[in-house]
Write a protein that binds this ligand. Sequence first.
Ligand code: UDP
Length: 324
Amino acid sequence: MRVLVTGGAGYIGSHVVKMLLEQNYDVVVIDDLSRGHREAVPAGVKFEQISLLNYNKLQSAVDSLNVDAAIHFAAFAYVGESVENPGMYYENNVAGSLNLIKALQLSGVKKIVFSSTCSLYGNPEIIPISEKESIKPINPYAKTKFMIEQVLNDFDSTFGIKYAALRYFNAAGADFKAEIGESHDPEPHLIPIVLQAALGKREKVTIYGDNYPTADGTCIRDYIHVYDLADAHIKALEYLNEKNESLIVNLGTGQGYSVKELIDSAKEITGKEIKAVIGERRAGDPAVLVADNKKAREVLGWNPKYGLNEIISSAWEWHKNQKY
Ligand code: UDP
């Protein structure tokens, strides 16, 4: 089976490419390299540097690549940046995704796995968060993801395109061989920041608020290893093939950790001093985001294998010897 991976040079996309290859899928990658890293894609994989905003080039590539399914990652994914520059997010994430979905539909590709986000639940009412939680995105990034879920739903109704919208919690960790990993510039995410502090690349970590209604006052998140996420993408692809039904599913471990717990765990795993100071809350951060992953377990037969230890230790191996 030949699978198109857009954004395959990015953090999550590159781990999915690696796992697809290990499972003998034929993989082609489209990435504009605006955020991704060419080195993250193995040399033997067919790679096209194309922006999803270049419709004509995209359409002819999709036509000639002859793929059976697509996994669509290519998007901007910084909440803060989306608030500062909403136009850039609506253009890249909405217009770009729409171009891709149209191109796939015209080429007769009927299976799409889409990387969505738990941030479309906004400040959820019920924790852990199930797929029944109401949709209340509170930033442009989350809105772009929800818009594309709706587009996919309409393309299902009209053209029978089947999609899996995977609503991720906090993707983290790295390849266990440390060949690929997370590399953003600037880096907004907690785990890389904490590990950069452990390496002495940053003086300290600023904890964004310790007055939340949680046990230690810091925000709680559900960190999920990028290989558990990758596994869920392949299971979603298999589900679309077997069941020919669309699917919306949360992907998290169901276990939450506070910012302070995470820093303590990183100190223990790295054996390094990590200086942390309390700062202001970051706008738009809900106190607790933890997944109810019952649906993913039942429908996909998915079982996240890795916990916080594997997440931090694999990320640590990557950051100690970061290749890109
Ligand atoms: N966070 C923090 N300091 C940082 C970066 C993040 O305290 O330098 C907190 C942030 O407020 C959130 C958690 O760590 O509660 C995870 O943030 P991240 O940006 O990694 O992921 P998000 O939950 O925003 O997707």
